[in-house]
Ligand binder design. Structure first.
Ligand code: ACO
Length: 374
């Protein structure tokens, strides 16, 4: 049995910040309403020139560097998104090309749960022995599918990307168990009605604003509080662990009230729950990987921590996974990182000065050789 160790991780958030106070000037809403109903204070919005491709590549490069993996070492790239650059080609192939990888790539659509679906899928390729090194990305630019005059949706979402590199390992790390769920009966509660083959892009789509996300927030809220805790419990049971063994719960970052209900149902104290939705809003398929990366960066996860990922989203879908982190400091970088920054700068300067001196010594020799040749 081969496990898929999380060997590298990275994230990208566009620099442009949109606060609740900015939104107050755009729609009839208030910071107070948004904070008390959702917990969100600000979100990142992709700027001109930023796309799901560029954000994914930025997050992926970090994850690859962290793992010490070259793009040419990848066996597969898997991208979870509901906001690809184009309907065709798949953004996963564009990412493969931009990274300089030579491997298969595919895009997976499962709403906000896409990243956990992707992680579970990648794990199967590794467990079967088919592949050894897989890049999994969750990336979204939901802001471009939003009606910025609709206060029911525009206050909720943000843009970003997160990525992890899974590497085959014999040690029991990575995805230990997972649960994937779908209930298409609730599809109508969260959808973009226009632009697909059911309602191809046309003047009618524009007139009806059917290219934008439509959501029945109350129904999605009820659904989320019904499935989250249950999905989390099932994944933990399958892993052979108990909830007490879980070091950190990383839920989909959609709404603070949904997270609190789930934590309560699980009997998890909030200090064991990771939350960053106040700064990013709901970044859909990017939300769990961005949260995972930040949890690691903020020291909320230690070597060999057990984290429980759980999400819900369009479909309607849900997904959970118990993930055992391995050593968080890759061996080949640990030594370099342990050197103080000033010492590294001095070393770089010394190498630069040395190469200048060698260059200056070699120049007369090169000139003499040129004269001799003439
Ligand atoms: N500012 C001020 N008032 C608002 C706003 C706003 N931005 N949005 C809605 N309201 C109003 C409503 O019009 C309503 O007014 P009314 O009573 O006069 O009709 C009132 O506030 C209450 O509306 P509710 O829908 O009952 O508010 P609720 O407490 O349910 O919160 C929310 C709404 C935040 C959308 C909540 O239902 C929610 O978070 N649902 C889950 C949504 C979600 O997570 N979606 C993402 C799924 S993941 C994916 O795949 C993309």
């Amino acid at each position: 049995m081969k496990y898929g160790r999380i060997a590298g991780w990275g994230k990208y958030a566009p620099p442009k910040v949109l606060t609740n106070f900015d939104l107050e000037k755009m729609v009839h809403t208030s910071d107070e309403w948004i904070v008390t109903r959702t917990g969100i204070r600000e979100r990142r919005i992709a700027g001109e020139g930023e796309t799901t491709l560029t954000m994914s590549v930025a997050a992926a490069r970090q994850a690859l560097e962290r793992a010490g993996v070259r793009p040419s070492d990848l066996d597969l790239i898997l991208v979870a998104t509901s906001s690809p650059d184009y309907l065709l080609p798949p953004v996963s192939s564009m990412i493969q090309d931009r990274l300089g990888a030579r491997c298969g790539a595919f895009t997976l659509v499962a709403g906000c749960t896409g990243f956990v679906y992707g992680l579970a899928t990648a794990q199967q390729f590794i467990a079967s022995g088919a592949y050894r090194t897989i890049l999994v990305i969750g990336a979204e630019i939901i802001s471009r599918n939003i009606d910025w005059t609709d206060r029911n949706t525009c206050v909720l979402f943000g843009d970003g990307a997160g990525a992890v590199v899974l590497q085959a390992s014999d040690a029991p790390t990575g995805v230990l168990s997972f649960v994937l769920g779908s209930d298409g009966a609730g599809a109508k509660h969260l959808m973009v009605p226009g632009g697909g083959v059911a309602m191809p892009f046309s003047q009618r789509v524009v007139d009806e604003g059917a290219q934008y996300i439509r959501m029945n927030g109350r129904e999605v809220f009820k659904f989320a509080t019904r499935v989250l805790a249950q999905a989390a419990i099932e994944a933990v049971e399958q892993s052979g662990l108990t909830l007490n063994d879980v070091d950190l719960l990383i839920p989909h970052q959609a709404n603070m009230r949904i997270i609190e209900v789930a934590a309560r149902q699980l009997g998890m104290p909030m200090d064991k729950v990771f939350v960053n939705l106040d700064r990013y809003g709901n970044t859909s398929a990017a939300s769990i990987p961005i949260a995972l990366v930040e949890a690691i960066q903020q020291g909320r996860c230690a070597d060999n921590s057990t984290v429980l990922l759980v999400g819900f989203g369009a479909g309607l879908t849900w997904a959970s996974a118990v993930v055992k982190l391995g050593t968080l400091e890759p061996a080949r970088y640990a030594l370099w990182r342990s050197i103080p920054i000033r010492a590294k700068a001095r070393a770089r300067a010394a190498v630069g000065a040395l190469s200048m001196r060698v260059g200056a010594m070699l120049l007369p020799l090169a000139q003499r050789a040129r004269v001799t040749r003439r």
